[in-house]
Design a protein around this ligand. Structure first.
Ligand code: HAM
Length: 427
């Protein structure tokens, strides 16, 4: 018999892991809705060209792609932003602005599997389209911080580092690199991970003079004040000050730090860019995002300024685990109904059906077993209570209600049990 294993870089979510993923997604969804974002989704398969044209070198190298039976070149989506742009571009006239949408997509990238990096993963994506100013950047950055705070992390655990591609462009221009092509950002973005040497080689190979290459490869070393003191920054410097004051007003100032070294590898960013990292610097980025004002036009829509981020669940789980903050959400089964003997099964099903009808999550033993064994099963299911139904209960119309944490038993009617489980008080 052939045994099949999981593919490298994929994960099985057994119920224990699945409960954690759902717990995270529930918190993300709650924050997104609290900030006034609406949920959307798109197909997992998209035309390959949507990404090869728009995403930039690094992601393109990692795309899962195939030719379908209709000879179409198809990609499993590696990110959500081009799909969002495609959707909005197709209807942009009819959608009222600003558009504030969020999604929790399943994504695929053929990456080398490592801590917090997989070939199949999920992200919270949160984007605002139709606002050109830093008001939108500040709103999404605050929501990003809150999406992590809602998962129990605080300013000692993570920080958000931000910069602006327009500042970076001014720095590059000063170093003699005018209107850089997208690959320059990708190479700069990789320096913290792979070091300066391969970057210098790529710059020189790409035609950047050696002295300019040396200067721009130094970006990670440059002092913040030196960077901000560059002569040609003008309005960009003011914009950063305004962004900072909004971040403070949102109450997320302690989480956020201006860092000229934030570049972002993706091709479509045009303005403010940011990333979130664990404070100890042990893990790869938890979140990345920024402004992409040209993407909508590039996918055939009207010009529409846009900004957003992608926050990955995989690194977040790593971080929660490393800080001993991983929750142990219990299953939702509230009550376990136990027929004392096979003759009591019908009555047990009827009681359970009444409870479920009242919105209470309940379960029952599906095979005939001893009461002791069934009580054990109820405890495993983290049920709050068990209801025992035997001949006495069937005939008397009152059931034995057993609280599982104390072992207390009371005799109650179904109505009284429902009241107690819903309101927590004796009826
Ligand atoms: P990204 O930087 O490619 O940006 O991904 C954002 C986050 O997704 C990363 O910081 C990381 O947490 C997670 N992530 C990326 N790749 C993997 C992987 N292989 N395994 C696990 N997690 C991963 C984007 O995707 C942009 N589309 C974000 C965006 C939205 N920009 C504007 N709107």
């Amino acid at each position: 018999m052939t045994r099949f294993d999981r593919l490298p870089g994929t994960r099985d979510f057994y119920p224990d892991e699945m409960r954690i993923r759902r717990w995270i997604e529930d918190r993300w969804r709650e924050v997104a809705l609290r900030y006034g974002f609406e949920e959307y989704d798109a197909p997992v398969i998209e035309p390959l060209g949507l990404f090869t044209d728009k995403s930039g070198e690094e992601i393109v190298e990692q795309i899962y792609s195939f030719v379908d039976r209709g000879d179409r070149h198809i990609a499993l989506r590696p990110e959500m932003t081009p799909s969002l742009a495609r959707m909005v571009a197709a209807r942009s006239q009819g959608l009222s602005k600003p558009i504030k949408w969020f999604s929790i997509p399943r994504l695929f990238r053929y990456e080398r599997p490592q801590r917090g990096r997989f070939r199949e993963f999920w992200q919270l994506n949160l984007d605002i389209l139709g606002v050109a100013g830093v008001e939108a950047d500040a709103e999404i950055m605050a929501a990003g911080v809150d999406a992590l705070r809602a998962c129990g992390l605080n300013a000692d655990d993570f920080e958000l580092r931000y910069s602006d591609r327009r500042l970076l462009d001014a720095f590059l221009a000063e170093a003699g690199v005018e209107e850089p092509e997208p690959w320059v950002y990708t190479v700069l973005d990789k320096i913290p991970r792979f070091g300066i040497k391969p970057a210098l080689e790529s710059f020189v190979k790409g035609g950047i003079p050696a002295d300019s290459a040396e200067r721009i490869a130094d970006l990670q070393m440059i002092d913040r004040d030196e960077f901000m003191g560059l002569p040609n920054l003008g309005e960009h410097r003011d914009r950063m000050a305004q962004l900072r004051s909004y971040l403070d007003a949102y109450g997320v100032g302690d989480f956020c730090r201006f860092d000229p070294g934030v570049v972002r590898g993706l091709a479509y960013y045009t303005g403010v860019v940011f990333e979130m990292y664990d404070r100890k610097g042990e893990l790869r980025a938890i979140c990345g995002g920024g402004r992409y004002d040209d993407l909508l036009e590039n996918v055939g829509g009207q010009t529409l300024p846009a900004a957003g981020f992608g926050l990955g669940e995989a690194v977040l789980i790593e971080l929660l685990e490393a800080r001993d903050r991983l929750p142990a959400p219990s299953s939702r089964c509230e009550v376990f109904v136990i027929p004392v003997s096979a003759d009591d099964r019908r009555a047990a099903i009827e009681v359970l059906t009444q409870l479920r009808g009242a919105g209470i999550a309940g379960d029952l033993a599906l095979t005939d077993q001893s009461v002791a064994k069934a009580l054990k099963r109820a405890a495993q299911a983290s049920a709050r209570a068990a209801i025992l139904i035997g001949e006495r209960e069937r005939k008397g119309g009152h059931l034995t209600f057993r609280e599982l944490d104390t072992g207390n038993e009371t005799t109650l009617s179904v109505e009284q049990i429902i009241a107690r489980l819903i309101y927590g008080t004796p009826a």
